[in-house]
Design a protein around this ligand. Sequence first.
Ligand code: ADP
Ligand code: MG
Length: 403
Amino acid sequence: MKFSDLNIEQKIVEALSIYGLEEPTEIQIETIPLIQKGFDVIGQSKTGSGKTAAFAVPILEKIDERITKPQVLVLSPTRELAQQIAEEFVKFSRFMRVNIACIYGGVSLDPQIRKLRKAHIVVGTPGRTLDHIRRETLDLRNIKIFVLDEIDRMLDMGFIEDVETAIRALPEEKQMLFFGATLSNDILKLANRFSNNLEFVQTETHVSDSLLKQSYFEVDFRKKFSLLVHLLKKTGKDKAIVFCNTRREVDLITKNLQNNGLSGKVSALHGGLSQARRNSVIRDFHAGRFKVLVATDVAGRGLDIDDVSHIVNYDIPQNPEDYINRIGRTARAGAEGEAISLLSERDFDSFQRIMIHDLPIEKLEVPKIKRLRFERDSYNKRPRKKKAPQTMNENKIYSSYCL
Ligand code: ADP
Ligand code: MG
């Protein structure tokens, strides 16, 4: 597939080619036609997958070069990212007459004001952009496309109110584009609040249905650990990552696995360890010196180890985003993988939030297993009363959560 196959104007295809962009990436293939057709789009793909060109290219096609008024507003969380986006616009518009203004805080307003007067495209950070809107030095009347890039980081960094204020200042009729590396319910909620014809494009979650098998067990929490050991013994020589929600749980599971026949085959990875220790754990896991890594989400994020065959969610993450990140650690580089979630009652709410995303997760029957001894740490009390067992009802909403 070539950029020209996407019906992109020749002058843009040529510019792309000068900068080494010949074949569109997956996110570009999926989103460019939608943006060309005028849909609002929310696009998610991993960092480095080419999201900037995914919106910059179709946007450039929609610019009316004769009107030297801002027609496009792009918001980005940091100055560096805003500058990168502006630079890409400059590159791709090499054979066009398009003015791009990049506005961010920490520098004086006047040069920016001059640029804004004749800019076709404005790329800015939320604070400074609002500043210009309030001073009326950014004319929004001709804006026809609004882009929110790195929407996940925007939310993390607390820019949400600024972003909403900016959006409310825009003309009613406009195309809205949202891009980010991860998705969460807050992001979907936000995007849906401002758009009612949102097209959702998700690539590169590494979830290839044919290669990645996702399943879950509903298991009494007193048997959860025994089931984990049973599953890990079945994986043979393959590498597995066991995810837990807290550091303490990671340590506890690691210790208990070592006491239950996996001594020398397990290591813990979490933010409480020194950087040097974390590096050596990752190196050893890479090299295959042990086969089970027990990790928290933060520690496991971005781990790029090709031959991990199994992901076990010992706890279910609170955010679907973390689930996606976890399972993305397996089935990489065309290999097969399995992601197994162990659910007890306390996980039902979190699991419900994941199931909303329509992921192909199959329920498996818990095999007959012997209950193993599980040593708690001193802070943790033993469960006292035996409660009537509950099962997960797929139709029941376990919390007031909704999209
Ligand atoms: P993201 O925003 O998804 O993190 P970027 O848009 O910053 O990714 O792109 C990452 C790098 O990949 C940039 O240097 C960009 O020029 C390059 N790139 C983007 N699309 C292509 C492509 N189709 N072919 C080759 N390189 C590309
Ligand atoms: Mg980007």
